[in-house]
Design a protein around this ligand. Structure first.
Ligand code: AKG
Ligand code: FE2
Length: 316
């Protein structure tokens, strides 16, 4: 039987809480550990990211994606540097699952690296004149997600009983600087034109994420599905005001398979509705070497940036 995705109350460790009740914290650590060792996905409620900031980013993104296709093409990133990925990506650009047709999705990527890197050829593009709130809300949400990413990494470190429970967080110190490749991606799945959808084509093909931990906000449409260890698909139905947290492959390797990066996908809707989601792909700092935390050497040590490079070349 398919497992379900746990809904975990983060209230005792939410963003504005410094000191917390030890008992409640231990319970949280156990719940998170259980979810990430068994399913690899969880919902967090009462996380502390202001809900209006999330709604603002959805609203501004909607304005961006509802522009004409020609207008959006002006915001395509022009870089050959895969790490400086920034800007718009059109429908069918990505192919998350090589056995399927290209994905029926569009997105806008924001990386601080592209915004600050002098050698980056990507013009640092935003629709500042027409939709100034798009950049403002994305930049703000990036900062909030950074804080939540750090807190969740600490909870994970405690769950794994690491000698230094802040170990993962310390290797993500460069979040929000050009020494880190973390991306905030606003996704838009256009209303499908069913007669044009190819056989085997879906909104986002089966894949695992690449990096550390992913934070995912979704609208009310649904369609996200997660595969459990038995191969059954679990619907990750929208849960009001929750953020979904899942792990990337790097985190699975880093923990020598104690925590799992699950395969997931976004299937086609029954009716012709658009869908939006916003995803923060947290990644360890570029220079860090990722070695199995249990000392097992189950996976050979790999540089964080090199690993990302390998994965990005396979997707585009
Ligand atoms: O849109 C979603 O709900 C999921 C997207 C996703 O899995 C991804 O972009 O990696
Ligand atoms: Fe994903």
């Amino acid at each position: 039987m398919a497992k379900s995705i746990a809904i975990i109350d983060f209230d005792c460790f939410r963003l504005d809480v410094e000191a917390t009740d030890e008992k409640k914290f231990e319970k949280l650590v156990d719940e998170v550990h259980d979810a990430l060792t068994k399913v690899g996905f969880m919902y967090l409620v009462n996380h502390g990211i202001p809900l209006d900031k999330i709604r603002d980013t959805f609203a501004a993104s909607k304005k961006f994606f509802e522009q004409s296709e020609d207008t959006k093409m002006n915001y395509i990133g022009q870089s050959d540097d895969k790490f400086s990925i920034h800007g718009f990506e059109e429908t069918e650009k990505e192919q998350c699952c090589p056995e399927r047709e290209r994905d029926l999705k569009q997105c806008f990527n924001y990386t601080v690296k592209a915004a600050t890197d002098d050698v980056c050829a990507t013009p640092y593009m935003w629709p500042d004149k027409t939709i100034p709130e798009f950049r403002q809300s994305m930049e703000e949400l990036y900062r909030w997600c950074t804080k939540l990413n750090h807190k969740i990494l600490d909870v994970i470190g405690h769950g794994l009983k690491l000698p230094d429970p802040h170990y993962f967080k310390n290797l993500h110190k460069g979040l929000g600087t050009k020494e880190n490749c973390t991306i905030l991606r606003s996704l838009y799945y256009p209303p499908p034109v069913f007669e044009k959808v190819k056989d085997n084509q879906i909104r986002c093909g089966e894949h695992t994420d690449y990096g550390g931990i992913t934070l995912l906000f979704q609208d009310k449409q649904g369609g996200l599905e997660v595969q459990d260890v038995e191969g059954d698909w679990i619907q990750a139905k929208p849960v009001e005001d929750a953020v979904i947290v899942n792990l990337g492959d790097l985190m699975q390797m880093w923990t020598a398979d104690q925590l799992i990066a699950s395969v997931h996908r976004v299937v086609m809707p029954k009716t012709s509705e658009p869908r939006q989601s916003i995803v923060f792909f947290g990644h360890p700092d570029d220079d860090e070497v990722i070695e199995c935390v249990d000392g097992s050497n189950k996976y050979p040590p790999i540089n964080s940036l090199e690993y990302l490079e390998k994965r990005l070349y396979d997707t585009y």
